[in-house]
Design a protein around this ligand. Structure first.
Ligand code: COA
Length: 260
């Protein structure tokens, strides 16, 4: 598929996916959602792609939200379909990915942009990043998971305030709230993202996949996460990588994990 609104770059196992509509501050229109879905599908299938970074083109914006130009024609059914399709094709797919996906937030992360960052496994941001859920200013609410994931990440009171006021917060505030893990100068954002993922992709992929799955269960809080953890912990003892991990420790060498 020819991509028109995204660019991708694979380097040393890490796929950088750049949303590329800088003249519209990388707003998520139908094409971006479909292309993100295509790339995520390919990412999940190709073993040489071990982790991914999602970022935005240009110095100003990660993603400034869903494309408001597509809103005027929507009625109740159309609005629900937009949210359902986006969540299924992209946001839930990112969250449930077996391989790590992180957001490198290089400017505005508003509405669907904040939600896209929150669907990723964790987030780092440049000093100029701004986060917010301004849908209330349009008479709307978040539709790509914002009410759920913002509450999971920063707690109920602050999530309520941000969604009800529509206010933007800067990177320092986002860091303090736990919405992001690191703030970097703009030029260090992608190097920092790559360096974190290089560390992670040296670990056993099956263990990483279980950490993602179980942490997602904990965030939702509606299944028996402790029992799920016991089951997964047990399953991992049957993997070659767990044998390699313990053997390498005892032999005082670095483990070489193979994903089985
Ligand atoms: N949907 C569609 N177009 C958008 C957009 C969005 N969410 N966000 C920005 N754009 C477009 C603008 O319409 C403008 O296009 P134009 O040059 O053809 O007029 C272009 O991107 C640049 O945006 P502009 O508003 O001129 O930049 P700014 O620096 O003055 O303001 C923002 C930046 C992010 C504060 C402002 O663009 C904004 O408030 N965007 C909407 C954010 C939002 O409500 N998101 C949630 C949507 S549900």
């Amino acid at each position: 598929m020819q991509l028109t609104s995204l660019t991708t770059h694979l380097n040393e196992g890490i796929l950088t996916i750049t949303i590329n509509r800088p003249d519209k501050l990388n707003a998520l229109n139908k094409t971006v959602i479909e292309e993100l879905h295509t790339i995520l599908d390919s990412f999940s299938k190709h073993p040489e792609m071990k982790a991914a970074i999602i970022t935005g083109a240009g110095p100003k914006s990660f993603v400034a939200g869903a494309d408001i130009a597509e809103f005027l024609e929507l009625d109740a059914a159309g609005g629900a379909a937009l949210a359902a399709k986006g969540q299924e094709l992209v946001f839930s797919k990112i969250e449930a990915s077996h391989k790590p996906i992180i957001a490198a937030v290089n400017g505005f992360a508003l509405g669907g942009g904040c939600e896209l960052a929150m669907a990723c496994h964790f987030r780092i941001a440049a000093e100029n990043a701004r986060f917010g859920q301004p849908e209330v200013n349009l008479g709307l609410i978040p539709g790509y998971g914002g009410t759920q994931r913002l509450t999971q990440l920063i707690g109920k009171g602050k999530a309520m305030e941000l969604m009800m006021t529509g206010a933007m917060i800067n990177a320092a505030e986002a860091l303090q709230l736990g919405l992001i893990n690191y703030v970097t100068p703009a030029e260090e954002l992608l190097p920092k993202a790559n360096s974190l993922l290089q560390t992670i992709i040296q670990k056993a992929p099956l263990a990483i996949a279980e950490i993602i799955r179980l942490t997602n269960i904990a965030a939702i809080g509606d299944t028996n996460g402790l029992q799920e953890e016991i089951n997964a912990f047990g399953r991992l003892f049957d993997t070659a990588d767990a044998k390699e991990g313990a053997t390498a420790f005892l032999e005082k060498r670095t483990p070489v994990f193979k994903g089985n």
